[in-house]
Design a protein around this ligand. Structure first.
Ligand code: FE2
Length: 264
């Protein structure tokens, strides 16, 4: 169980841990700040979604603890490799689990809770959730994945709107900014499937790939927040208005509208 006191101590640990990565290099510090801010917002999103599902206060504390710790591996990853791209460095979820264990962060929680938190973190960036997990673990994994996606959509849409052509190599895959959408990406998204990272060839592919995360959204509240914040439109506006882009947008938009109507 995670109670208010344990959650507070986890927040204190997180704040102190992150201070160890502060730097006088402005770009470096900006990337650290970005992940701290992301963590704070994922905590808020997970509580919002959790409340929409009428979770108990006890479960909301647990959900918040999961959100607080989910990206703890990002700091070490950036310090070591200067990138947030797992493909160029290492799996930040696995790294996070190692850090939580070696720092004894969850020492005050009972074993089942500790285990649940670690597994949820481990699964949060996987293409698919494992089939052989408990209902409870899958539920909290879905909560985290929705909260995380919501905030990544905020980060990327801000980035596309405000970067004025300046690219941040830490959050991009260094894909060339060429016109056109690759065939496999297009086919998957039209078939309401999550596109595959290995098929990404251009920055436009990457933007559409992010739009397609909607196919992996689990909760009605998440769909509603995506709609309220116009994330799909913001990504579409950062893309050329080609036939392929408009077709994919319209398909995904319909999927979003349906998701908003579902009753949970
Ligand atoms: Fe995250």
């Amino acid at each position: 169980m995670i109670d208010e006191k344990i959650l507070l101590s986890l927040k204190y640990w997180f704040t102190e841990y992150v201070k160890g990565f502060y730097s006088e290099n402005a770009d470096f510090q900006q990337n650290i700040d970005m992940k701290v801010e992301h963590t704070r917002r994922v905590c808020r999103e997970i509580i919002d979604i959790g409340k929409s599902l009428s979770l108990s206060q006890k479960e909301l504390f647990l959900a918040e603890a999961i959100a607080l710790l989910h990206d703890v591996g990002r700091f070490e990853q950036y310090a070591h490799y200067q990138t947030f791209v797992d493909y160029y460095s290492e799996d930040h979820a696995e790294l996070g689990v190692k850090i939580i264990k070696s720092n004894g962060v969850l020492i005050n929680s009972d074993e089942p809770t500790r285990d649940l938190i670690l597994r949820t973190i481990l699964y949060h960036n996987r293409a698919e959730l494992p089939k052989d997990e408990t209902e409870r673990c899958l539920f909290f994994s879905k909560l985290l994945r929705d909260a995380d996606k919501l905030d990544i959509l905020r980060v990327v849409t801000n980035y596309y709107q405000e970067n004025n052509g300046k690219r941040n190599e830490a959050i991009e895959l260094n894909l060339p900014d060429l016109p056109g959408i690759s065939d496999n990406i297009y086919a998957d998204l039209l078939a309401e499937r999550i596109a595959k990272a290995k098929d990404l060839k251009t920055l436009n592919d990457f933007k559409l790939f992010q739009m397609g995360w909607i196919y992996d959204v689990n909760f009605t509240r998440t769909f509603q927040l995506i709609r309220e914040r116009h994330y799909l439109e913001k990504i579409r506006n950062a893309l050329p208005k080609t036939e392929r882009v408009l077709k994919v947008y319209s398909k995904i938009k319909t999927f979003l509208e349906q998701g908003c109507q579902e009753i949970y």
